[in-house]
Design a protein around this ligand. Sequence first.
Ligand code: ADE
Length: 247
Amino acid sequence: MRLDVVTIFPEYLAPLNVSLVGKAAARGQLDVRIHDLRSWTHDRHNTVDDTPYGGGPGMVMKPEPWGEALDEIIASGDGDAPVIVVPTPSGRPFTQELAVELSAKPWLVFTPARYEGIDRRVIEEYADRCDLREVSVGDYVLAGGEAPVLVMVEAIARLLPGVLGNAASHQDDSFAPGPMANLLEGPVYTKPPEWRGRGIPEVLLSGHHGKIARWRRDEAFRRTTANRPELIEGADPAAYDKKDREI
Ligand code: ADE
């Protein structure tokens, strides 16, 4: 998968060289290219923003550098347009489902903005030419889209074939499709069997796979009910068994 990021803070994306994403890039599973938006400006001050039409606080990112940057990046491909992901608090929510969908695309271009966002005409222009998604990582406003890019790239990269050590590990993620869909993951334990007087649930030592699976599902239910009751509301009751309803 090829990933391009256009930003006025290239150094903010340095974590993409680290850990899971960095290793995937080093192995050639990801081709990550970070671009400085200011290299597509032509004035002495490398201006990327200006005051908003209609007045109001803050600044808006000018269309010209974004247009030149995106044209050049798109032209560098093999002819197929990338999916353009525009992080914005006004976008559709970034979900595990969207991460799965984007992980199947060969080429993503992220356009993290600063200030009040990018001139709308840029979004319209590239929505006409590419598959463009405006995406929010949560109901809060950050200072820019770089942190959301780090979040999205990590969620997407770990789904790529061969990136996670254990291929099964993302199958039982919270939010993953399957028998635990809509349930948060329950608690986990490792050695030692006793720590500061605290033991671990007996069933995990039983070696009884059926009972362990049953316990995990019960714990997932308990945690989801406590932390995210709306997920239970949205779940399909046909997927529950009798014991679930007794919790
Ligand atoms: N930029 C600023 N806040 C954001 C958010 N919540 N999601 C995506 N991009 C953003």
